[in-house]
Ligand binder design. Structure first.
Ligand SMILES: [Zn+2]
Ligand SMILES: [Zn+2]
Length: 161
């Protein structure tokens, strides 16, 4: 029998579950970390800005990526880290709303720097912060596939009206 529970021992006097924990953590009694504990280990608070900067996997736009669920029961998902932060600290995100950054730092996951907004508010917020230039301004701007804007300077050797 396992030294820690009633199950049959399979190796080192441990059952399958306890043996696996010993194998992974070097400690048969260590509990699997909760989602929140894993999350906490994946960011580094920045003292000057107060941002919690994501130290795990990041998307090209700078957003962090957080793994949730498990392969075993088919709940494995990858979630944007700032959305996971909202979920873990504030609760579920209504389907019609987006989690936006008040600090304008995509990799930040500090819930105090996040707010819920509609897709429209998010765009207005980005325009206000000058991250996106309206396409109608001179010189004409074209949107790149990565969401940034590029002036159509090549075409505009026409005098500025
Ligand atoms: Zn056991
Ligand atoms: Zn921040």
């Amino acid at each position: 029998m396992c030294q820690h529970c009633e199950r049959r021992a399979v190796a080192r006097g441990l059952c399958g579950k306890h043996y696996q924990r010993w194998n992974v953590y070097g400690d048969a009694l260590r509990e699997r970390p909760t989602e929140r504990e894993r999350f906490t280990r994946l960011y580094r608070p920045d003292t000057s800005s107060g941002c919690w900067l994501w130290a795990g996997t990041k998307l090209p736009q700078g957003y962090g990526l957080f793994r949730t669920g498990s392969i075993r029961d088919g709940t494995r998902r990858y979630e944007r880290a700032h959305r996971a932060s909202w979920r873990l600290h504030r609760g579920e995100i209504p389907e019609s709303l987006q989690v936006c950054h008040a600090c304008d730092t995509p990799s930040c996951v500090n819930p105090d720097h996040l707010f819920l907004g509609t897709a429209r508010e998010n765009t207005l917020d980005m325009v206000r912060k000058g991250r996106h230039k309206p396409a109608t301004h001179w010189p004409q701007m074209r949107r790149r596939s990565d969401g940034t804007w590029k002036p159509l300077a090549e075409r505009s050797n026409i005098a500025n009206p």
